[in-house]
Design a protein. Structure first.
Length: 766
């Protein structure tokens, strides 16, 4: 089997598609039947012969030290085949938490438990019930330590210290340009406000966990992960194995949103239990465990001071954020200041971000890390500034649209679609008319109507290498697409199959897909940060293009002409200008002899000297009951400059899903910790931790893509959508509530209780 390779190069990609036949259409998932019928085998569905079930004993205290463990009773329980602790030979492996500003080295079963839910011991048994019962019989002697769960209190001198160096995570990060003091002096209006966002928890439908099986020295792990190669590397490092001896499979993923980017302790525990018993072990966390251990969107306190001239020119922005990634380094303030740095043109900007440790579960990236929190502050401030100078909120933002990245030393964007998002979104929403109607309705009853909007950009744009993809075309014209990317529910497999179909003219049903298996698919980076489609699709197109070039060469031999005289027409190759002189792909002599044509595509780097960035804006309308504090979200419109729309159906699903998640941040979601007596989480279930439901989401949601020609982006033209679709939502809702009630809500969630309290303090409401 011979192969040809094509490497996509920045600034010199494949010729951009003009009118497309497949790409851009609203096509259903290629694996839709498997998903809705139950035929799709998720890792949590995996069942192997002689499989055991694992369970983990977790620390019940917010802060404690393990003084002793007695596992004898558990070992005698029915069905128990293994019990491991930090003292078990081979289980005392190291574990590390690393971020750009700090690194903490611990143990898999660390005797110093810094948050509720830390791993203390684990059991493997014949049934999950036997494993769970055995865990309860493990006797642990704890030294309960003082705790701190408030980030501000964690910085106080008398606060309980999680580490010898105190509770500050590295140094306060400072960014500045210009002179903010001068900028405030030049302003006609200066406003200052403090904003808070509550901790939002990862709760995907499929819980975290894996199935582990040893075959001699080789380990296979089935896990719902966003990056099989990332998990492979993590497991191999902790267990001291060659990468070739670790295989990770993750064909289906039941939701992720950033919580499954790396290996988890459950991977290592399952592997150790499987090695000790000589049998496969399935270990998936309970829903209650996921609330404590698999990550969150960190809570933040943000103080923002802003100056503006009467003509709408921003003169200065000064921003301070205090956040926490929990008990370990987890980027508690990662990117939480980026919108202040870069969303609007402003010469004078200064930001400070301080991350602290508290006795709570560590954070993990959560759909646009830091950005929704920053938008909550910045976009409410923009509305307040607009009101102060008598300018429409959309007009103020249009006045300050940038054309280059100020935070990256003025590197120009490949395209800047923020203006179009604002203008076209406002027009489609009927912004001015809606604001006028909302104003006219006030005072006519206890139901007040209001409209709001907010804008955003996403710090990462355009994907990233390395990515390698292989496309194989068989003798009958059908194809195989081989790629390492995980489909985390966003339709990645469908989009990539559409790229192959577009390039080679193959029906989608004739394309077989292999993905997310370190043993059989090609290396790629993890699926996160809105990078999957922008990273994978250029590599997929390059691989398909390589196949096409080889087919043209074969056809040239059969038709006795040079390949340059030929053009590809779906399942045939014909001479340009002479459609009668053609040959079907399946009739190519060399293809029949070889049986398969193999093309390799490699994703090149993003263009030097330019920055690829997606932008978005959202508009919403609400009704607020001034007597009960209930907020009904009437309608939402999202505009997104995310490059070429690859699949209109999945594009809209991403936007609607992002809005739904943003509604949760704004209206319902908050981790509640007992700060007085125990430090424990008190709402560890889907009843008390309130995710938005169908009753909280408007039936009237509109997705308006802003497609801009971007030859510098990549050969597919996609810039990323998942994160921008959720960043401005909460802020837009807060602005709409203010427009309806005249009450500015600076803390999430805007629950009926919080709203009623705010109304009462301002002499409003029923």
């Amino acid at each position: 089997m011979s192969a040809a390779e094509y490497r996509e190069e920045p600034g010199q990609p494949l010729p951009p598609w003009k009118e497309t036949m497949i790409v851009g259409k609203p096509l259903p998932r290629v694996d839709g039947y498997e998903r809705v019928s139950g035929a799709a085998v998720f890792p949590s569905d995996t069942s192997l012969p002689a499989m055991l079930y694992g369970a983990v004993l977790r620390c019940p205290h917010a802060h404690a030290r393990v003084k002793g463990i007695d596992t004898r009773a558990a070992e005698k329980m029915p069905g128990v085949r293994a019990v491991i602790t930090g003292e078990t030979p081979g289980a005392g492996v190291d574990w590390a938490y690393t971020t750009p500003v700090a690194t903490v080295k611990t143990k898999l079963f660390d005797p110093h438990c810094r948050h509720e839910g830390e791993e203390v011991a684990a059991v493997a048994a014949e049934t999950p019930y036997q494993a769970g019962d055995a865990v309860k019989e493990i006797k642990v002697e704890y030294e309960v330590l003082p705790f701190v769960v408030d980030p501000k209190k964690a910085l106080e001198a008398q606060a309980p210290a999680l580490y010898e160096g105190g509770n500050r995570v590295g140094k306060t990060q400072i960014y500045e340009r210009g002179d903010v003091a001068r900028g405030f002096a030049e302003a006609d209006v200066v406003l200052e406000e403090t904003y808070h966002t509550a901790c939002e928890l990862h709760t995907p439908i499929e819980s975290h966990g894996c199935v582990a099986r040893w075959d001699g020295p080789r380990l296979t792990v089935w896990e719902p992960t966003q990056g099989v190669f990332e998990v492979q590397a993590g497991i191999a490092q902790v267990l001291g194995l060659p990468l070739a001896n670790v295989r990770v499979i993750g064909h289906y993923v039941g939701g992720a949103f950033g919580s499954r980017l790396t290996a988890g302790k459950y991977d290592i525990i399952a592997a150790l239990l499987a090695r000790k018993t000589g049998r496969p072990v399935k270990l998936f966390l309970t829903r209650e465990e996921t609330y404590l251990c698999v990550g969150n969107r960190p809570p933040d306190e943000m103080k923002l001071k802003a100056g503006v001239k009467k003509d709408g020119t921003l003169t200065a922005l000064e921003y301070r954020a205090l956040g926490t990634g929990g008990a370990y380094p987890a980027d508690g303030t990662s990117s939480v200041d980026w919108l202040v740095r870069d969303l609007y043109t402003c010469l004078n900007v200064r930001t400070e971000t301080t991350d602290v440790y508290i006795n709570a579960g560590p954070a993990r990236p959560f759909r646009a890390p830091g950005h929704p929190q920053c938008a909550w502050a910045l976009e409410q401030m923009m509305d307040a500034l607009a009101e102060a100078i008598g300018m429409d909120p959309v007009e103020l933002r249009l006045k300050n649209v940038p054309s280059f990245s100020q935070a990256r030393k003025n590197i120009p964007y490949t395209t800047t679609g923020l203006r179009q998002c604002l203008e076209e979104g406002a027009h489609a929403f009927g912004w001015k008319e809606a604001r006028q109607k909302a104003a006219e309705s006030r005072g006519s009853g206890h139901i007040c109507r209001g409209v709001g909007m907010a804008a955003s950009l996403w710090v990462v744009g355009g994907g990233r290498p390395p990515v390698t993809v292989v496309v194989k075309l068989f003798a009958d014209g059908s194809a195989n697409l081989n790629m390492g990317a995980s489909d985390i529910g966003t339709g990645t497999k469908t989009v990539m199959a559409m790229v192959v179909a577009e390039e080679l003219g193959i029906p989608l049903e004739n394309i077989q897909i292999e993905n997310a298996d370190t043993g059989t698919t090609q290396f790629t980076t993890r699926s996160g940060g809105s990078k999957t489609v922008p990273s994978e699709s250029p590599a997929v197109r390059a691989a398909a293009f390589s196949v096409k070039q080889q087919l043209l060469a074969m056809a040239g031999k059969d038709l006795k002409v040079s390949p340059e005289e030929l053009e590809f027409k779906g399942g045939s190759v014909e001479v340009k200008g002479n459609p009668r002189k053609e040959i079907k792909i399946s009739n190519l002599t060399e293809l029949k002899e070889r049986g398969v044509v193999l093309g390799v595509g490699i994703r090149g780097p993003n263009p030097a000297g330019k920055w690829v960035t997606p932008f978005s804006a959202q508009f919403c309308e609400v009704e607020v009951n001034m007597k009960t504090g209930e907020v009904k979200v009437v309608r939402f419109l999202g505009t997104n400059d995310s490059g070429r729309v690859m699949n209109r159906m999945t594009f809209e699903c991403q936007v609607y899903g992002g809005i739904t998640m943003g509604i949760g941040l704004a209206m319902t979601e908050a981790r509640i910790l007992d700060g007085n007596q125990t430090g424990k989480m008190v709402n560890r279930n889907w009843h008390d931790y309130k995710l938005p439901t169908a009753l909280d989401v408007p039936a009237d949601m509109v997705s308006l893509p802003i497609e801009m020609d971007d030859p510098w982006c990549n050969s597919a033209g996609a810039k990323g959508l998942g994160e921008p679709a959720t960043i401005p939502t909460a802020a837009a809702l807060a602005n709409a509530v203010y427009n309806a009630t005249g009450v500015r809500m600076t803390s999430t969630p805007m629950s009926p209780l919080q709203l009623c309290q705010a109304f009462a303090s301002r002499g409003k409401g029923g």
